[in-house]
Design a protein around this ligand. Sequence first.
Ligand code: NDP
Length: 439
Amino acid sequence: KRSSPYQKEFYQAAEEVLESLRPLMLKYPKYRKHKIIERIVEPERQILFRVNWVDDNGEIQVNKGYRIEFNSALGPYKGGLRFHPSVTAGVIKFLGFEQIFKNALTGLQIGGGKGGSDFDPKGKSDNEIMRFCQAFMSELFRHIGANTDVPAGDIGVGAREIGYMFGMYKKLANRYEGILTGKSINWGGSLVRTEATGYGAVYFAKYMLEARGESLEGKRCVVSGSGNVAIYTIEKLYHLGAIPVTCSDSNGMVYDSEGIDLVLLKELKEASRQRLTEYVKHRPHAKYTPSEEYPEGCNGVYNIECYAAFPSATQNELNLNDAKNLLENGCFCVSEGANMPSTPEAVDLFVESKICYGPGKAANAGGVSTSQLEMAQNASMVNWTFEEVDERLAQIMKNIYNSASQTAAEFGEPTNLVLGANIAGFKKVADAMIEQGLV
Ligand code: NDP
């Protein structure tokens, strides 16, 4: 139920998927006979654990750790780890649920999982981050494995955190193996993994637009967030000749009418880990708006005129007011880099208005796809070039688009990629579950 306070994000994600499945269930009674819905909404396994660590003042700190192993019908559990104070069992469960269908859509052999902690990395020293990551892995290591469960990064977990967790795993297990993705390219990572989610969301927009005879070239675009997904969305938009004019963080947003200075943004966010308030000190013509000054009930990013929007921060960051503002300002394309960034009412409006709307589980699948390419390289002990991985990523995004749009057309709503993505992903997992028996 949307109103349920308990695990509300999970109910929101599940309700969207289940509503889309109505026509499929009517067409194929076998899914009801095998009770696939009842089975698929229950995780195969949920792990909740305590993480003790010591901060720089010598104080003991205690956080919650989670790993949810949701569905392994298509392959080892795969999905990121999120470190953010807003993490709860419900958030991890919604992310794990979405991951099942996203991973199925990629066409690769990966099941769905997710994990993380309510640990807040903001303001922590490098040593504190290392100690936390080591403490987290000291429990997680017994549950994961290269053919069992392979976590990756998500909000608050990037190459640095993956490195510290990998080091601890190696020490505890005494094995050097691909149990995490998003590793440094110096020791087992894949080229393009860092860029993959952002690049993928832009490729997805490109394929949606091409099908309508449109393109991103010369178009102004808004992007939310200023983390991994946002930065590489902005980079790929420039590659395709578009002009990204915004980025944001949880304190406010930057509007740079000349286009976001990508070199500066990378320097601030990736190299020196600073806040966006610093951006306007280097680009005085750009405007910084703190989130308290956003128009009431709105996210400032979606108040800017644009042709395409790329929500790349977090869940429920784009509500019905934002969706209305976007449409009134001429936005024709929304491609979600973040997971479930649009509220259900906003999604309904995008679908009704028949713009190009790419839901997160399709549009942001480039990250997990490239993670699977990293697993393939680890298993074969061969490294592919940047161009090779990028070409595979673009092809996978095209396949996802084709699969979602063909399924949407088959069920009579050709522009409804929510319907198409949910049905196509579900069908793949459900058929595998039936073939593998009641386990
Ligand atoms: P990062 O931690 O690198 O960046 C997150 C960005 O979102 C930061 O700018 C952060 O701002 C902002 N943000 C986080 N929480 C909030 C909030 N409550 N309100 C406003 N802004 C917020 O994470 P990623 O870029 O990796 O992830 C972004 C989204 O993309 C998430 O939804 C994630 O699940 C999704 N995703 C990521 C993938 C990946 O490969 N990394 C793969 C698929 C999906 P601040 O610094 O102020 O917190």
